[in-house]
Design a protein around this ligand. Structure first.
Ligand code: ZN
Length: 294
């Protein structure tokens, strides 16, 4: 009889410790699971914000999350990330020049005109400010479709915005990229092709944005070069542009093509051509931003 009681006690002890071990392991699994979620969430700031907003979930809810659900939430995270990325596009020039002077850089004694009209199509006679506005609106639409928040510095041609004003609009929006849209002109009417101007390496005014501006330029040139002719290698650098020097965010200037080249001038006034070109540019911008947000 005594032996049986002892045996029963031992069995009860064994069974309860088995239950304890199983419970412990399950909890451990739950904790690991929530840790993984936490680490995934940490990969983006927007997620941290979202996570802080959410009421804390209990462990049971955490375990209900299937892998599928995690994948879905990851792709919607991607969309949220894009929505938090701001791009500012500046359609170059304006209908009326403003020949007042402004410093070419913060603290600089050197000055330049506040705004100019730009060049004009050699065949179409279309002004550059009109071409840049059309192209910028198209580009805005395409980048919005990719999920980015996109601002234009101007929506009409009859404005008065200096190059400094335009850069400050991009700064105010804390833009991930400030895209200035222009068309080129040259004395040699054979000159043609798309190119990008980026801030120079040794310019103290753009020291902080040089690297990302260059990365963005290269990505876009790489993409556009697949479908369109490039002017030379498609990339050059300048330190004398007010629109660069006043920019505190990565900044690039697109030269869509040469309005002094008859064929290219016609192309830049052709909606289909401009549509295809801006699609390619938007792809390049997307490639840069996608890579940079990882
Ligand atoms: Zn221009």
């Amino acid at each position: 009889m005594k032996k049986l009681t002892i045996l029963l006690i031992i069995m009860t002890l064994v069974v309860s410790s088995v239950i304890l071990i199983v419970n412990h392991q399950t909890n451990q699994g739950l904790l690991n699971n929530s840790n993984t979620n936490h680490m995934n969430s940490n990969s983006s700031i927007s997620n941290i914000v979202n996570q802080n907003k959410k009421p804390s979930k209990n462990l049971t809810k955490q375990v209900e999350k299937t892998k599928d659900k995690q994948i879905t939430s990851k792709s919607s995270d991607q969309a949220k990330k894009s929505k938090n990325i701001v791009i500012t596009i500046d359609p170059g020039h304006q209908m009326y020049a403003n020949i007042e002077q402004e410093p070419v850089a913060p603290g600089s004694l050197e000055t330049k005109y506040k705004a100019t009209v730009g060049s004009r199509g050699i065949v179409t006679r279309k002004p550059e400010y009109a071409i840049t506005l059309e192209a910028s609106k198209m580009l805005q639409k395409k980048l919005k479709k990719k999920g980015y928040q996109v601002f234009l510095t101007r929506k009409s041609n009859d404005v008065d915005l200096s190059n400094r004003d335009r850069a400050e609009i991009a700064n105010k929006h804390k833009s991930a990229l400030f895209i200035r849209v222009h068309a080129d002109g040259a004395e040699n009417s054979n000159a043609k092709g798309f190119s990008i101007i980026a801030p120079s390496k040794n310019n103290p005014n753009t020291k902080n944005v040089f690297e990302n501006s260059q990365k963005a330029s290269k990505k876009i040139v790489q993409q556009v070069g697949k479908e369109f002719p490039l002017y030379q290698n498609g990339l050059s650098y300048r330190a004398d542009l007010s629109g660069f020097n006043w920019s505190k965010v990565p900044v690039i200037l697109l030269e869509l093509g040469y309005v002094t080249n008859p064929a290219e001038d016609r192309n830049l006034s052709n909606k289909k051509y401009l549509d295809k070109l801006t699609t390619s540019i938007a792809k390049g911008v997307g490639n840069y931003l996608h890579e940079n947000q990882k």
